[in-house]
Unconditional design. Structure first.
Length: 212
């Protein structure tokens, strides 16, 4: 099946309110353009340099999502154009994003990454830490960022009940903060479970572009 067919198949299976982010890391520009020509506008990248190169070479109406682990010293390279930063996992990173956004006279949209998985290798705030930040006066001082919601990754497991419960936990947590409406979780292997458990933004790579 072509990239266009893959996109159409996924879009036919997800509700209208779910944003599909095509995870295009390591994929060449010609494949991204096939997705673009099929109507896809939201693309997700994990590496700052790769994102920068693609931003410079590809159409300017693409909404670029940074979905990897972002180091504070790399924020400046994407601050002028990034549409949404998914993996904000420290208050220090929020401060740096705010600082770089001010330089470009824009507000950068962010998601707080919540740690829901059983694995220590994944990043993110605990529910308690996220609550503390969202209720803090320090956050109110950051006028050039806008927190839009939450991002998470489930454990890398075949146990569907565990994945379901992890997604359910972030969905329940998000209900305490109804103003933060984006829930970004679910990838190629589990996006249908994620949508059942409240996700409205999914990050899909291999089901669109094929295996790496």
């Amino acid at each position: 099946m072509s990239i266009s067919d893959n996109l159409n198949q996924i879009k036919s299976q997800i509700p209208y309110y779910v944003t599909l982010v095509a995870v295009s890391k390591t994929k060449p520009n010609n494949l991204l353009m096939q997705a673009y020509d099929a109507g896809q506008r939201h693309f997700g990248e994990n590496y700052v340099q790769e994102l920068l190169d693609k931003y410079e070479q590809l159409p300017k109406d693409i909404c670029w999502h940074f979905i990897g682990h972002l180091q504070s010293n790399k924020v400046k390279y994407i601050a002028s154009f990034v549409h949404l930063i998914h993996g904000v996992d420290s208050f220090g990173l929020l401060k740096e994003i705010n600082k770089q956004a001010e330089k470009h006279n824009r507000i950068i949209n962010c998601l707080l990454q919540i740690h829901i998985a059983q694995e220590d290798t994944k990043f993110g705030f605990s529910f308690a830490e996220a609550t503390e930040i969202l209720n803090s006066d320090n956050l109110k001082k950051l006028g050039s960022i806008s927190i839009k919601g939450f991002m998470a990754m489930a454990s890398n497991t075949d146990d569907i009940n565990q994945i379901k419960n992890e997604f359910k936990s972030i969905c329940n947590f998000s209900k305490e903060f109804p103003d933060y409406s984006i829930l970004s979780y679910g990838m190629s292997g589990d996006y249908q479970i994620a949508i059942e458990e409240g996700s409205n933004m999914i990050r899909v790579g291999s089901s669109i572009f094929g295996q790496r």
